[in-house]
Design a protein around this ligand. Structure first.
Ligand code: TEU
Ligand code: CA
Length: 575
């Protein structure tokens, strides 16, 4: 049955995020690549997802695994060729899959030709493509550099006798969006890829592209690592940001008949912004349907749960607060009740594995809690993003040594903490739970050598648990996380209430049970999720006589008018 949904394809789509570097190696160099993705396109299509977001595969020195781009119009040789990319777009479309590319427009690589030129002299025409502080003005005002061993965001360049800005690493100089030439260059890059047939863009850290170039001294707390707190919010609140986003949309999608939908028809090209630093009350400024800016944003309010306030990814020994989880995700759903639309994700290439972070990755609870988390993602009122491997219940690898890490964010922060006389070993223990490389270990296809990812030495170690957590084993197991994911995706296609339906939180208490309904027309579907390893009662359902649509546990135990949910039980009722 065709789903009833808003005309924009991305409103009822499920996005599958593929981290190309770790998905499948096709040429035995230990690095995942485009031909590797091509070789697995039937697997991706078999899941029942609608679109593929692939992380950057453009030319890059790879300091931040491709988020430091040196040429936006060419494919990095480690990932393949332009012909491979063109073939991937074609084959994906043949399978009914849309392609979303990851555009890093806040900064380039420091080896991008623009930056090479800019560093030569202040008179160079590319000097104004970046943000500079002339040395004669003294030291620049402190700004936080997230991937800098000293936590600084300014780097001195002698030939221009000035400092350049980098919110991330010194190898990622921030572009100066105040320069209209820069913006025109970026719009041309988008037109180039639209011409190649891509269906949308994920804009990396797009909320940071505008800067307050009066460069005030900022009296923020000294919490240099409070990424999601002061600095993230400050970086996302500079003037002109919304003007830039409006111009970008107008320039590349604006005119009717353009790729943004002809004569007011359903928009074809998705503009999806990664939105660190945006609080709920500002969300509609970005995705309100009359704003003419972005279509979707991904927020970070959930990603700080379970970390100690003001610390850099320092897990709270007590785990995350279930009431806060309920509050964050229902708030970010209610925002879009009448206007705009949201996304929901629990894992990505920037996060640890979701079953390790939000579920319980030990023993039998790994499978149950992975299924519960996927049930949450695929029944909430938003466009879900499933991160590759989470459909298998892949877990954190928990590296013990800094030598195992490849992530610039971990390596730089380890060095900063060690230099500052902190406790780098404690930091490593934290990273076992919170480090980004946990989510970047190679996809586990088989129980065989290197999980079937490569026949060479992989760029990042494969999780030894691939011997039992792998696609091949899960295909054969009707009760696997993989087959459960497929069942959920079929359910979403069957019930329009799960895509377009209203969302209503059924319990606001501090119970570990997250319960909500999705309703459209005469259909009401109840979703009950016990986010705990203990039995939990729930008695908020009007009727218990409905048909069970999904259940990750063998039983449904009732006690009078109330239900008793088993640990990590996910139950979906057609009320
Ligand atoms: O991430 C931006 C961002 O917010 C990250 O800094 C993330 O929140 C951080 O790791 C939290 O501690 C984007 C990309 O997703 C990330 O992979 C890049 O490293 C970063 O931008 C720089 O391009
Ligand atoms: Ca390869």
């Amino acid at each position: 049955m065709q789903r009833k949904c808003h005309p924009a394809w991305w409103r009822c789509a499920v996005i599958y995020q593929v981290y190309p570097r770790s998905f499948q190696d096709s040429n035995a160099d230990g690095i995942g690549d485009l031909r590797g993705i091509l070789s697995r396109i039937d697997y991706i299509a078999s899941l029942g997802v609608d679109a593929l977001w692939i992380n950057p595969v453009f030319s890059s020195p790879g300091k931040d695994n491709g988020y430091d781009i040196s040429d936006y119009r060419s494919i990095g040789p480690a990932y393949g060729t332009m012909t491979d990319m063109e073939e991937l777009i074609l084959r994906a479309h043949e399978k009914g899959l849309r392609i979303i590319l990851d555009m890093v427009f806040n900064h380039t690589s420091n080896v991008h030709e623009w930056f090479r030129q800019a560093c030569l002299s202040r008179d160079n025409p590319f000097y104004s493509y970046y943000h500079w502080w002339p040395a004669e003005r003294g030291r620049p005002p402190y700004r936080c550099g997230f991937f800098d061993a000293a936590g600084e965001a300014w780097q001195y360049n002698a030939p221009t006798d000035s400092w350049y800005l980098h919110y991330f690493s010194p190898e990622q100089p921030d572009l100066n969006w105040e320069n209209p030439r820069v913006r025109r260059e970026l719009y041309d890059i988008l037109r180039f890829w639209i011409g190649k047939g891509v269906d949308g863009f994920r804009f990396d850290a797009i909320t940071f592209v505008a800067k307050d170039t009066s460069w005030p001294e900022i009296a923020l707390s000294t919490l240099r690592d409070n990424y999601q707190g002061d600095w993230g919010n400050y970086y996302a609140s500079s003037p002109h940001l919304h003007g830039y986003l409006k111009e970008m949309r107008r320039e590349i999608l604006g005119a009717p008949g353009g790729p943004g939908g002809s004569d007011g028809g359903a928009p074809e090209i998705l503009l999806f912004g990664e939105a660190p630093g945006v609080p709920p009350e500002q969300s509609l400024l970005f995705v309100g349907e009359d704003r003419g800016e972005l279509d979707l944003i991904s927020h970070f309010d959930g990603m700080v749960l379970g970390y100690l306030q003001g610390e850099y990814r320092k897990p709270d020994p007590n785990g995350y607060n279930r009431s806060q989880f309920k509050q964050v995700y229902s708030t970010w759903t209610d925002l879009f009740r009448r206007d705009g639309w949201g996304t929901v994700y629990l894992g990505s290439h920037d996060q640890p594995r979701m079953v390790s972070r939000w579920g319980d990755d030990r023993g039998e609870f790994r499978i149950r809690s992975a299924k519960l988390l996927l049930t949450f993602l695929l029944t909430m009122r938003a466009t879900p993003i499933i991160y590759n491997g989470d459909e298998l219940g892949m877990r954190n690898i928990r590296f013990a040594s800094i030598d195992d890490y490849r992530d610039i964010e971990t390596i730089q922060n380890y060095q900063r903490i060690a230099t500052a006389g902190g406790d780098p070993e404690a930091f490593l223990r934290d990273q076992q739970l919170a480090g980004r490389d946990n989510g970047r270990t190679p996809f586990q296809w088989t129980a065989g050598p290197q999980g079937g990812f490569t026949t060479a030495t992989p760029w990042l170690r494969v999780n030894p648990d691939h011997r039992w957590v792998n696609r091949e084993a899960e295909e054969a197991d009707p009760g696997s996380v993989l087959n459960y994911t497929r069942a959920l995706l079929r359910l979403r296609r069957r019930f329009a209430a799960l895509t377009a339906g209203d969302f209503n939180l059924l319990n606001h208490d501090d119970s570990p049970v997250l319960a909500y309904s999705r309703s459209l027309g005469r259909t009401t579907i109840a979703v009950l999720l016990n986010f705990s390893g203990e039995e939990a009662p729930f008695d908020g359902l009007l009727s218990l006589s409905g048909q069970v649509l999904i259940n990750n546990d063998a039983s449904v135990s009732r006690a009078g008018k109330s239900l008793r949910l088993a640990p990590w039980q996910a139950l979906v009722f057609d009320c």
